[in-house]
Design a binder for this molecule. Structure first.
Ligand code: NZQ
Ligand code: ZN
Length: 388
């Protein structure tokens, strides 16, 4: 049975090879001052920076820059960004980059007109936004997080060794996002594959929870099947437009709240992955890949029928004459084979984690009261040990 819900997603999307022209429709809606936010410089190498800048100029904008947003953006950088946005009197924050740049821009947007420290207010005390929000637009260059059409924002406090996630309401969603699959062609292979698994993990975090016959789960299975197929093509040929465009679209739908509607969600893989990242600064999707199978094999007995359904509907396992457990296991084995085939990192050692770090990682793991099994700290440690 679908539970009660409200659905609203206000982000306007421009998708395809000409998507950047959407900026000409959007920019006139905002004031003169634009804070252009980007990362470590990939957009300068691949030409996206020049294209965006010339459209901003054509639209008469005064452009202020905030560069150097790192993967897993830090609380210190966030404070710097807030100061820059204030100095610029930004009327619009234009994020040009991946999830890190988009997440960071949202965190800046809710902090410009707020006196509190942004980390303490939003990522520690989880307070509501009570001040004016500077609108954010996004030109996406790296696919995976879904940040282009959601309220998610993930910031890492390096001193506290904690990576904190926050989901803001629809007032903080990007007002618009530009999605041109060709912009993702220059993403390094490691990042592309990592992003692909991030997408898969987002879908699974919402799928592996609850037992109902629920439309959201059928949508999830369809997205997974498209992703699995397109990922294999993209891993062989990263400039296959059909595959990359399907992956881009799947990423957006994987985490724009639709497939969670009317059902419960898990998100424990992300909690463990974020803690690994807080200790290693490893790439987000790879942390998820490295802990997913130990986690799912651990919780499988508590949600057996759903894991068997996953095996049949997503991985095409033939259930005839087999026990539910055997079918469920075969599904996870097929998933493992696929993960290795596309080149994912399958253990946290390769990401820089050591046995000595495990107790710290366990204490940095938020344990959600959700999914098929609420973990104990010992179980988290067991999963991490199996992931080494
Ligand atoms: O910084 P530059 O030079 O731009 O390089 C980036 C970065 O090094 C590079 N890159 C991006 N587009 C490129 C490119 N290189 C060449 N060509 C391009 N077109 O890719 C690297 C990774 O970028 P990043 O933005 O960090 O990756 P991603 O999109 O995976 O974002 C990761 C962040 O998002 C958070 C993660 O925790 C992590 O902090 N998440 C956000 C979520 C949300 N908003 O809902 C949910 C996710 O679960 C996730 O937690
Ligand atoms: Zn993720």
């Amino acid at each position: 049975m679908l539970g009660n819900f409200t659905y609203c997603n206000p982000t306007k999307l421009y998708f395809g090879k000409d998507a950047l022209e959407g900026l000409n429709k959007e920019l006139p809606k905002y004031g003169k001052n634009v804070l252009l936010v980007y990362g470590g410089g990939s957009i300068k190498k691949n030409g996206i920076y020049d294209k965006v800048l010339s459209i901003l100029k054509e639209n008469g904008k005064e452009v202020f820059e905030d560069a150097g947003v790192m993967p897993n953006p830090t609380a210190d950088k966030l404070r710097e960004g807030v100061a820059r946005a204030r100095a610029a009197k930004a009327d619009l924050i234009l994020a040009v980059g991946g999830g890190s740049v988009c997440d960071y821009s949202k965190a800046v947007s809710v902090s410009v007109y707020c006196d509190d420290d942004p980390w303490d207010k939003y990522f520690k005390r989880f307070e509501e936004v009570t001040c004016k929000i500077v609108p954010v637009g996004c030109v996406l260059t790296m696919v995976g997080t879904g940040s282009e059409m959601n309220g998610g924002s993930v910031i890492t406090n390096t001193e506290e060794k904690f990576k904190g996630g926050r989901v803001f309401d629809e007032n903080v969603y990007p007002k618009f996002s530009v999605l041109n699959p060709e912009y993702t062609f220059t993403v390094p292979r490691y990042q592309m594959i990592s992003g692909i698994f991030d997408i898969m993990s987002h879908i699974l975090e919402q799928y592996f929870s609850g037992e109902d016959d629920n439309t959201s789960d059928y949508l999830a299975e369809g997205l997974l099947r498209s992703l699995i197929r397109s990922a294999e093509t993209a891993a062989e040929n990263p400039t296959d437009y059909e595959a990359r465009s399907n992956i881009m679209w799947t990423a957006t739908w994987a985490l724009n709240t639709l497939i969670a509607k009317g059902k419960t969600e898990d998100w424990e893989v992300h909690m463990i992955g974020h803690a690994v990242s807080a200790y290693t600064n490893a790439t987000h999707g790879m942390t998820l890949a490295a802990v997913s199978l130990p986690y799912y094999r651990h919780i499988m007995p508590y949600g057996l029928s759903k894991f068997a359904r996953y095996a049949v509907n997503v991985w095409g396992v033939n259930a005839e004459g087999k026990t539910e457990r055997a079918v469920a296991e075969e599904g996870l084995n097929k998933m493992e084979k696929w993960m290795k085939k596309i080149g994912l990192v399958m253990n946290i050692t390769e990401l820089g984690a050591t046995p000595e770090m495990l107790d710290g990682i366990v204490s940095a793991t938020v344990i959600n009261k959700s999914g098929y099994k609420v973990l104990t700290a010992e179980e988290v440690k067991g999963i991490l040990t199996a992931s080494l």
